[in-house]
Design a binder for this molecule. Sequence first.
Ligand code: PLP
Length: 439
Amino acid sequence: MSHVFPRQIHAPPPVATGGAGCYLFDAAGRRYFDGSGGAAVSCLGHGDPEIVAAVQDQASRLAYAHTGFFTSEPAEALADLLIAHAPGDLDRVYFVSGGSEAVEAALKLARQYHVERGAPERRHVIARRQSYHGNTLGALAAGGNAWRRAPFEPMLPAMRHVAPCYAYAEKPPGETDEAYGQRLAQELEDEILALGPESVIAFVAEPVVGATLGAVPAVPGYFRRIREICDRYGVLLILDEVMCGMGRTGHLFACEAEGVAPDILCIAKGLGAGYQPVGAMLCSRAIYDTLAAGSGAFQHGHTYIGHPVACAAGLAVMRAVLERGLLAQVQARGALLRELLQDRFGAHPHIGDIRGRGLFLGLEFVADRETRTPFARAEAVAPRLKAAAFEAGLICYPMQGTRDGQSGDHVLLAPPFIMQPAEAEELADRLARAIGSVL
Ligand code: PLP
């Protein structure tokens, strides 16, 4: 009997015992294609000897030194590398252990920045419905996924939500992408004006929506308009690239494709590629300087922030992504995988949309392709697909939901950047087998 508290109490998972490249193995000797990198984590695949060596080396030299007393070489080097490639005037890096922590830190820093610049009346955060920003209370409050929030609703700090940019499901026929994006941005401006611009701290969004919608990028121009609106009212723009950042979309940072830079950027998952739990919050020089000229300290912190071994893993992963030409590879393999999915599912009566960027792709399931009507909750495909895919030796990331009840019924794919063309075929074939068994 296991004493581990599993995610699904009535369906405890098999014991994973090993990994190599795009594959994972369990104790029963089964082999799985890791088609979603877990949850968009394992961007370099499993068992990468360079990353393993970097982790071992750091652990043997210095495993831990509390950041209340010390910084460390890997933290300094990783921060330098991130800032050298970061968009806009992002200038400082605050290392944490994962995505929720990065978002919590971002929310608190945004509030403290306004307090320290003499605007303590700024107290509202605006985010988007059908988004996911993590499971700690602040991050959960920013997220707009009704199912995840439901049991904790009375404990969540109040946050405001506007519409996500979800053209496939929510753009009326006849409206252009441009008009749709401008209309949604206007909804944000109206919300800021309704609250009173002097009371708004920040707007939070994922550049490409991951877990809740399934790799949905915004329409062109949406984020540029959002950036203008935030600037006009002194509202900070926090971009959550926990899932879509660190090369996943074929750009190191997903916001590069939008031509905007945030005031605060959150990353995690692909930063450590699963070799260590590590995330980060990057903030602009202006924010940092405000605290530097004010209290001199961010009123936040966890025991494991800036962990040397986690930062060493992040440094080795980021170097690998840049030095092995993996961004270009993500673009090429992403285009190939998309073609393969199009080929297998482009005419499927219950797959309405194949979308995404780079190696961050999603398929949306619909009861009716013509009308884009989602399946009723009881008939949703995603909950059945996870087990069917596992049976077909495939790890993918299906998410349940009906559109009116919050999100699309979809499956997310986020395979390792190192995936070879034949492996992309294998992924598409295994997915076809899994989908064939539930639809
Ligand atoms: N933000 C986004 C966009 C995510 O997709 C996730 C996790 O899926 C998180 C935050 C939370 O990250 P973590 O699970 O590492 O706390």
